[in-house]
Design a protein around this ligand. Structure first.
Ligand SMILES: *[C@@H]1O[C@H](CO)[C@@H](O)[C@H](O)[C@H]1NC(C)=O
Ligand SMILES: *[C@@H]1O[C@H](CO)[C@@H](O)[C@H](O)[C@H]1NC(C)=O
Ligand SMILES: *[C@@H]1O[C@H](CO)[C@@H](O)[C@H](O)[C@H]1NC(C)=O
Ligand SMILES: *[C@@H]1O[C@H](CO)[C@@H](O)[C@H](O)[C@H]1NC(C)=O
Ligand SMILES: *[C@@H]1O[C@H](CO)[C@@H](O)[C@H](O)[C@H]1NC(C)=O
Ligand SMILES: *[C@@H]1O[C@H](CO)[C@@H](O)[C@H](O)[C@H]1NC(C)=O
Ligand SMILES: [Zn+2]
Length: 421
């Protein structure tokens, strides 16, 4: 048996065979996770606005865990393991609630099952630990004229009177019972055990919006922002633009030798493709062929591939003008690993270790925190706090977080229209 020293954390992107989904023009657009197993399988879905009575946000109750388990599935046969998993989520929710002020509970749908039994994904050289992702992401308009997807967990905190309808859970989280988990307690951790708490915390942060819409969506030779489509007349496809995730607003090219230091400027270049959003295509194949033949793809797509596969070349610039170096050291762009983690070599021995891409067996959070941690918020390090504050989470240091507004028109109507036939 091979001893696994360290394992990657996947936010579980599986090869996307059919990357785009068609919908008819309607109210607003949401990007929903549509598969309970492959959490990265997403679909653009029309989502209607609903009105909500303005809540008076009461003063934050200190020490209240704002994370709730909305649904819990646990197939473990090991005595009281399910209870331990629940307690771990309780602890993780408490730790995150201590670092940020949530005014609305964050609902997590938790499944703890054997990936080997149910998915035929059995441990060999790598073992998949688990994954979490926002169940729904909602299109919002940012102050730099781009629309971006925001996770439902964050949009809820905006306390809007009218908003696209929310799904019953904000975050879906799957964890693998085939891993030898350490739940804390009196016995010390064994060399082949992994502490569940650190992985749950890590995954919940992904579910709160530490993720990206950049990826090799149409082929390995280019990294591009996520394109969306709606149905046009006569079975045509209306291209409605390349849409970033809220996290992507703050990406910067670190070793910049060109004038596109801010990555959203690259997205703006991409959105000039084919005359911009609103252009029509007969099929997705036609879209892909034309894109691959464009300067956007051949210049910027390759440039972004280069940046996202060169160590320490991409950063996240926080609202405090701090720079967090992101993980771009993998020579091949690794979906769910590249970009959406902090640079392992820079942060693994620092108080900002939590969002590194791989964890070692036999380490406890307590030990890492003792060695490198932050005295105030434990595993939620200072740079990670700034990243989350920049995305829009409120905290002691960030009492008036940034708020996006309604999405700007993309070339399709965003207010309710009768069916365009
Ligand atoms: C939780 O996920 C399961 C599996 O996808 C689903 O059947 C269930 O409806 C979800 N529950 C909630 C409250 O979201
Ligand atoms: C190990 O896992 C990888 C990736 O899931 C798979 O491609 C490979 O066939 C597996 N090897 C064995 C011996 O099961
Ligand atoms: C749709 O197709 C019909 C018949 O093929 C044609 O008359 C009509 O002009 C087309 N509409 C558009 C918007 O292209
Ligand atoms: C799209 O389909 C129409 C009608 O079938 C055809 O006239 C047109 O040339 C096609 N466009 C491209 C770019 O293939
Ligand atoms: C690709 O671009 C070249 C030059 O711009 C053009 O001549 C050619 O028709 C294009 N091919 C496709 C499939 O669009
Ligand atoms: C991090 O610390 C461990 C020991 O705690 C050490 O083995 C490792 O080399 C360090 N890594 C870096 C990049 O400093
Ligand atoms: Zn991760």
């Amino acid at each position: 048996m091979k001893l696994i020293k360290s394992i990657q954390l996947f936010t579980a992107f599986i090869l996307i065979v059919q990357p785009f989904h068609l919908i008819s023009a309607q109210t607003n657009y949401c990007l929903d996770a549509i598969d309970s197993i492959d959490l990265e399988k997403r679909m653009l879905t029309p989502c209607k606005y609903v009105k909500e009575a303005k809540r008076s946000i009461s003063k934050r109750e200190d020490n209240k865990n704002m994370f709730e388990i909305s649904d819990f599935r646990c197939t473990s046969k090991v005595s009281d393991e399910c209870e331990k998993v629940k307690n771990t989520f309780e602890t993780a929710g408490q730790i995150i609630s201590d670092a940020f002020y949530f005014n609305t509970p964050v609902l997590v749908n938790v499944s703890f099952f054997s990936f080997c039994d149910e998915l035929k994904d059995c441990p060999n050289t790598t073992v998949h630990l688990g994954a979490a992702s926002p169940k729904r992401s909602i299109l919002m308009g940012d102050d730099d004229d781009l629309n971006r997807f925001y996770p439902q967990a964050l949009v809820k905190q905006f306390n809007l009177e009218s908003h696209p309808e929310f799904l019953p859970s904000d975050i879906t989280a799957n964890f693998n019972t085939d891993v030898k988990w350490y739940f804390g307690g009196k016995d010390p951790i064994k060399k082949n055990e992994l502490e569940l708490l650190s992985i749950v915390l890590h995954e919940l942060i992904h579910g709160l919006g530490f993720r990206s819409n950049w990826g090799p969506w149409v082929g390995a030779e280019g990294v591009i922002p996520y394109p969306i489509f709606t149905d046009g007349s006569n079975k045509t496809l209306i291209f409605n633009g390349f849409i970033e995730y809220c996290f992507d607003k703050y990406l910067i090219h670190l070793k910049s030798d060109c004038n596109h230091k801010s990555i959203p400027l690259v997205t703006k270049e991409f959105n000039k493709f084919a005359g911009g959003p609103g252009s029509k295509f007969n099929t997705t194949t036609e879209f892909i062929l034309e894109l691959k033949n464009s300067t956007q793809y051949n210049y910027y797509g390759k440039k972004m591939l280069d940046i996202t596969t060169t160590a320490k070349d991409l950063g996240f610039q926080t609202n405090a003008e701090d720079i967090v170096i992101l993980e771009t050291s993998y020579k091949l762009f690794s979906q769910g690993v590249s970009v959406v983690h902090v640079d392992q070599s820079t942060y693994q021995n620092s108080s900002d270790f939590l969002m590194k891409p791989s964890f070692s067996f036999g380490d406890t959070l307590e030990k890492i925190i003792n060695d490198f941690g932050d005295s105030n918020y434990g595993p939620i390090g200072p740079k990670l706090r700034k990243v989350m504050e920049t995305l829009g989470y409120e905290s002691k240091n960030n009492p008036n977080p940034y708020r996006p507004s309604e999405p700007k028109s993309l070339g399709f109507p965003l207010t309710t229209v009768s069916d365009v036939s």
